[in-house]
Design a protein around this ligand. Structure first.
Ligand code: F6R
Length: 240
């Protein structure tokens, strides 16, 4: 695990987006794993700018997102599919037929969990997986628990995650469950880039990097990945 402390979110977004863009230039059919939330938004903006400048085309990439809320349709304003459409996919030439998501629709969710790891394998595995980290140390929606998961599963969200994310749900209650890629799926990615900014992440960042590898801080498992780079700003790195 490599740790890079940078001046601010903008510097992080330049560094992370250029790794992704270089990978896509080198291999237009790259398989990319994406995250939602505040952490990757600036990186997605740099990717959109590179597309608009004609520097890169995303039309042949395949994508797998980490997670989705249970009970929300794709078009729900709070779904992670909608987030990706608005913050990246819809603003580039990404081909939606190669966009993969766990399905929040109750009638499909079990099947989509069962098939997701196989789909990732069939695509050749994830070349670069982008991650954020929860204040409780979660990656994807792998909440603190007593064992590391392997494949995708339905998870009951913890109060800490509900506290962090309910601000996005204006008039309605945030779902209490989500589907997430497992720790095994994340660890099988060839390269992992994790972004953490702000003081609220400092404690989780400390445990991820300096603590023991334990499912009570799921992100600590990244210590065992041979090609994981953690991008921090000064605030999130302040306990290191
Ligand atoms: C989102 C995801 C989560 C977030 C984490 C941090 O797809 O998998 O693990 O990365 O909750 O969220 P932000 O970036 O909003 O602080």
């Amino acid at each position: 695990m490599e740790v890079r402390v940078m001046e601010n979110t903008f510097e992080i977004s330049k560094a992370v987006s250029s790794i992704i863009i270089d990978e896509v230039k080198r291999n237009p059919k790259a398989v990319l794993g994406f995250a939602t939330g505040a952490s990757p938004i600036e990186t997605y903006k740099r990717m959109i700018e590179a597309y608009e400048n004609g520097e890169v085309s995303f039309k042949s990439i395949t994508t797998f997102n980490l997670d989705e809320y249970c009970g929300l349709t794709r078009d729900d304003e709070n779904s992670y599919f909608r987030f990706m459409k608005e913050n990246l996919f819809g603003k580039t030439d990404i081909d939606f037929s190669r966009v993969n998501f766990l399905s929040g629709d109750e009638t499909e969710s079990e099947k989509s969990c069962r098939e997701y790891s196989e789909k990732i394998a069939a695509a050749g595995g994830i070349d670069i997986q982008l991650l954020g980290i929860g204040t409780n140390g979660h990656i994807g929606f792998n909440e603190p628990s007593d064992s590391f998961s392997d494949g995708p599963f339905k998870v009951k969200l913890t109060q800490s995650t509900i506290n962090s994310n309910s601000k996005y749900f204006k008039d309605k209650k945030m779902p209490g469950y989500a589907l997430t890629m497992g720790i095994g799926d994340i660890m099988r990615a060839k390269k992992i880039l994790l972004i953490a900014t702000g003081e609220s992440k400092a404690n989780a960042v400390f445990k991820m990097i300096k603590g023991e590898v334990t499912p009570s801080c799921p992100a600590s498992v990244l210590q065992n990945h041979s090609n994981a780079v953690i991008y921090l700003d000064r605030e999130s790195a302040k306990l290191l």
